[in-house]
Design a protein around this ligand. Structure first.
Ligand SMILES: [Cu+2]
Length: 163
């Protein structure tokens, strides 16, 4: 590919993107292991986790929406003098080529007044600063359970699984 780029550059006087081998947002962001923990008994707030692999350019996860919650916030955990505190964040940085894990004790997704029901699935729609929105069907499982099934992979067609 290198020789082709040099030839093309010589012929047309345009570069080949600086030689980083980066492509643009086409390779995109991959979501895996998305899952939702339903509220504990007597509570109404659920929490979602997932893994994000950014194969595209530097980006940010800005927001998440879902039919099972009218208000979803992105949170992180901070260790404040030995006490773990949750803080809302405006977004989660997704650097090019890196994996960001939303997991217990770190970044997580809070679903307020959620109707998420154990054993069902809910669609999460992720809004990014640059990349196109992605939807993922997340199984609703008890805390500690994970789902390694292929159906939790990100897909533009995932929303068809939700009634
Ligand atoms: Cu939180």
């Amino acid at each position: 590919m290198r020789r082709f780029c040099l030839t093309l550059a010589a012929l047309t006087l345009i570069g080949c993107g600086g030689g980083h081998g980066h492509s643009h947002s086409g390779e995109g962001i991959e979501i895996s292991n998305a899952r939702i923990n339903p509220p504990l008994p007597g509570q109404s707030t659920g929490v979602a986790f997932m893994r994000l692999d950014n194969h595209g350019e530097d980006d940010r996860l800005l927001a998440i929406t879902s039919p099972v919650s009218g208000r979803i916030e992105l949170h992180t955990h901070l260790n404040d003098g030995g006490i773990m505190q949750m803080r809302r964040v405006d977004g989660i940085a997704l650097p090019h080529g890196e994996t960001v894990e939303l997991k217990p004790g770190g970044f997580h997704v809070m679903l307020f007044e959620t109707t998420a029901t154990l054993g069902e699935e809910a669609v999460l729609t992720l809004d990014f600063e640059k990349a196109e929105d992605l939807t993922v069907a997340a199984p609703i499982v008890l805390r500690g359970e994970t789902d390694h099934g292929s159906h939790s992979k990100s897909s533009d067609h995932g929303s068809s699984t939700k009634h």
